[in-house]
Design a protein around this ligand. Structure first.
Ligand code: KG4
Ligand code: ZN
Length: 358
């Protein structure tokens, strides 16, 4: 289907089940627009179950998703005040992620595409995170009180995807053209937050908890390493940080609330320092016009603020989705499908847990 020729407004149902969330959302866009409008966004999470076990148990996540998937899709259509006839295409995350979880979304989307007779677009979850920035009214770019919307995003752009499983830096010359320029060599930024959280006896996922505790702590209390901050490439490494925190904790007589707050603030600052320094260096090198921050860790207030300030100095426009669109959601999947529309025959789509950026 050629979107530009055939349809004025396109409505896409997105489905996302790559990890522990079960998401469905509907977006609407005009092929001439530079952004899409969110009509509904529903997420069911089994996070409270995983908080009890200190992490995700894949089988538990997939079994919960099987229960949620159809009600979540029904709710997304109801919230958008649309019936299935008004949906033009179905977009689904096909990787990377947990195989059991991915299968729930992929097989549901394929079945719906077949029975409703709709085109289906497989979306890479990582690309999806970036496209949360293109959802209208949900992105922020503020410099000196002037406000821009996602429609102001210009290419070339650099995108930093920081999530629980990934830390990747990519260059985008246009929609669908993504060049990977660097990433983590070991733990992802979100993984570092989560693993350090375990050392501090904090609940999973620890990223938002550490960010909250850091508000009361001293970021200079511990001088944690900033691995690879000065290296010439655009790679990252966060596993050494975890070891450094473990050493500090072991050396302490008592891990009281003040110590946890100071450790949280110092860890957060170390992660943010590395991410900001290396990514702004890449923005300079590639002379980009826009910076797109994405992924669950993009919800981190310190990272958002420090990147915004650095981009401002470089005269690069900074964009970041609202916090609910930083963590896993289906709106970003539908948005990516809209801008990189590439339908595939349903029988050719298979879940790919090990998928990379390109
Ligand atoms: O993108 P996401 O929802 O799932 C993955 O695709 O991994 O990201 C989840 C990650 C978790 O590691 C979580 O601890 C982290 O994002 N996270 C945060 C914050 N909110 C979520 N990390 C730091 N600060 C936050 N405010
Ligand atoms: Zn994600």
């Amino acid at each position: 289907m050629d979107l530009k020729k055939e349809i004025l407004y396109v409505r896409i149902l997105g489905i996302e089940t790559s990890c522990d969330e079960t998401g469905a959302a509907v977006i609407e866009g005009n092929p001439d627009d530079k952004q899409v409008v969110l009509l509904s966004n529903v997420i069911a999470s089994s996070l409270s179950l995983h908080a009890k076990t200190g992490g995700i148990i894949p089988e538990v996540a997939a079994r919960e998703q099987l229960k949620y998937i159809l009600p979540v899709i029904d709710q997304a259509l109801a919230d958008a005040k649309l019936t299935q006839e008004k949906i033009d295409a179905i977009a689904v995350t096909f990787g990377p992620g947990l195989i059991g979880s991915l299968l729930v979304g992929v097989e549901t989307a394929k079945t719906l595409a077949y029975t409703w007779n709709k085109p289906i677009i497989p979306v890479n979850h990582l690309v999806g995170h970036i496209y949360a920035n293109f959802v209208r009214g949900n992105s922020k770019f503020e410099i000196r009180n002037s406000k821009f919307t996602s429609g102001d995003i210009q290419f070339p752009a650099i995108a930093l995807v920081v999530s629980g499983g990934h830390t990747d830096l990519v260059l985008m010359k246009k929609h669908g053209s993504i060049m990977w320029i660097g990433g983590t060599r070991d733990d992802a930024a979100g993984e570092a937050f989560d693993k350090i959280g375990r050392l501090l006896n904090l609940p999973y996922p620890a990223g938002p908890v550490i960010a909250k505790l850091a508000e009361k702590g001293n970021a200079k209390a511990f001088n944690f390493p900033r691995p690879m901050i000065g290296s010439k490439d655009f790679d990252f490494s966060f596993s050494g940080l975890k070891t450094a925190v473990l050493c500090e904790v072991k050396a302490m007589k008592q891990l009281d609330n003040d110590a946890i707050a100071d450790l949280s603030a110092s860890v957060q600052q170390a992660i943010v320092d590395v991410l900001v320094r290396k990514t702004t260096k890449a923005a300079q090198k590639y002379k980009v016009k826009s910076f797109l921050l994405a992924g669950g860790v993009a919800a981190n207030e310190l990272l958002r603020k420090e990147l915004e300030v650095s981009c401002h100095k470089l005269k690069v426009k900074f964009f970041v989705p609202t916090k609910n669109l930083c963590t896993d959601n289906a709106a970003m999947i539908a948005s990516a499908a809209f801008f990189t529309y590439d339908e595939v025959a349903w029988e050719k789509i298979t879940a790919n847990p090990g998928l990379h950026f390109v």
